[in-house]
Design a protein around this ligand. Structure first.
Ligand SMILES: [Zn+2]
Length: 361
């Protein structure tokens, strides 16, 4: 762990990366409905305990490992476990690679989501699993009681069932599964520090590839995609469509129990805060929106050119763990030139960053 100016930036993946940000859980925890606030409080207390535990436990991280391209016939190695509403991980094995779907839809969705994530990384970027070296993909479902989150703990995926009032089952959005597993990819590559702008880039990279995994699995072009993160996760009656919108940051929800989506779309509205690790789930709206603008300007399948540029930066070895938005943006310009020369792709990258107010010169 490095120290920097008095605070200790926590790296995301060796600690804890939940899909539901603390600002939402804080809001819920203050709600007058006891059952709702209890679920949120339990989740918050658990999440903070998990953070502390993970910080004490040394977890292997491989920085900027340059991996060989995967063989096209590489296959995932998935195992799904049932935590049985407890917190001991991983729980009882309920589905192994290649076995038929069982009765439990949650188990089957987790299995399919891990598969969809493996598929995008393999087919689009020749990456063999999260670490680029065939890492087995393990997930536990039915974690804890009314647990309002899903997370990657540095080694495996964990899914709660939600409280049923605000959140449904956390396996219900494939982009959430892709988001969390992409924290693993970042852990094994650029290992962006989970604080401030590098933390917001870490979050944004997970949103970008989470959305691309959904788009790839549905065969959607950039124009057809919803560009939402966590669509289907909010229970009926909640005023909102998802946890975040890359197309229109700040518009995903506005609900008396959840509060209002605080994401900015441009640097003009950048949020300075010490909460949420310096706003990692808030200011990620800015690079998210830049990616959306690029992908829709280029048209076609977003995982092809736009996704390839982002992937090249994430895995290229030049992205520093403490990178700021402008550092990342400059590397995307260089990556676009390296792959597509000085053509429309590079122009579109420059324009997208300029539209969100991030300087590339
Ligand atoms: Zn995340």
């Amino acid at each position: 762990m490095t120290t920097n100016g008095g605070f200790e930036p926590v790296s995301c993946t060796p600690v804890f990366c939940g899909i539901v940000p603390p600002h939402i859980l804080d809001h819920l925890a203050q709600h007058e409905d006891q059952a709702l606030s209890d679920s949120a409080l339990r989740t918050l207390q658990h999440d903070s305990a998990a953070r502390t535990r993970r910080r004490i436990t040394a977890v292997r991280t491989v920085a900027a490992a340059v991996t060989a391209p995967a063989a096209p016939d590489s296959a995932p190695h998935r195992t799904i476990y049932d935590a049985g509403h407890g917190t001991d991980l991983p729980g009882t094995e309920v589905r192994a690679e290649g076995s038929e779907p069982g009765q439990d839809a949650t188990v089957n969705r987790a299995y399919a989501g891990l598969g969809a994530t493996f598929e995008l990384y393999l087919k689009a970027y020749e990456r063999n699993s999260i670490d680029g070296d065939g890492l087995p993909l393990n997930a536990s479902v039915h974690y804890d009681v009314n647990y309002d989150n899903a997370f990657w703990n540095g080694e495996q995926m964990v899914f709660g069932d939600g409280d049923g009032v605000i959140f449904t089952d956390f396996t219900s959005s494939v982009d959430v599964i892709g988001h969390e597993l992409t924290h693993g990819v970042t852990q094994y590559t650029a290992n962006l520090e989970y604080y401030g702008q590098s933390g917001a880039l870490n979050e944004s990279v997970s949103d970008v590839f989470g959305s691309l995994i959904k788009q790839y699995s549905l065969g959607q072009t950039a124009d057809q995609a919803d560009w939402l993160i966590g669509e289907g996760l909010l229970a009926p009656g909640v005023h909102g469509v998802a946890l975040r919108s890359m197309k229109a940051p700040g518009t995903a929800y506005d609900d008396p129990r959840l509060g209002k989506d605080p994401q900015p779309a441009t640097m003009a509205d950048y949020v300075k805060t010490n909460r949420d690790n310096g706003g990692v789930h808030i200011n990620s709206g800015i690079p998210n929106h830049a990616f959306y603008l690029l992908a829709t300007a280029l048209g076609g399948n977003a995982w092809e050119k736009a996704g390839q540029i982002w992937y090249d930066v994430l895995t290229g070895g030049e992205l520093q763990a403490t990178a700021k938005f402008a550092d990342f943006a400059k590397l995307t310009v260089a990556a676009a030139k390296a792959r597509y020369n000085e053509g429309e792709e590079t122009e579109a990258v420059l324009k997208a960053w300029s539209q969100v107010g991030v300087h590339t010169a």
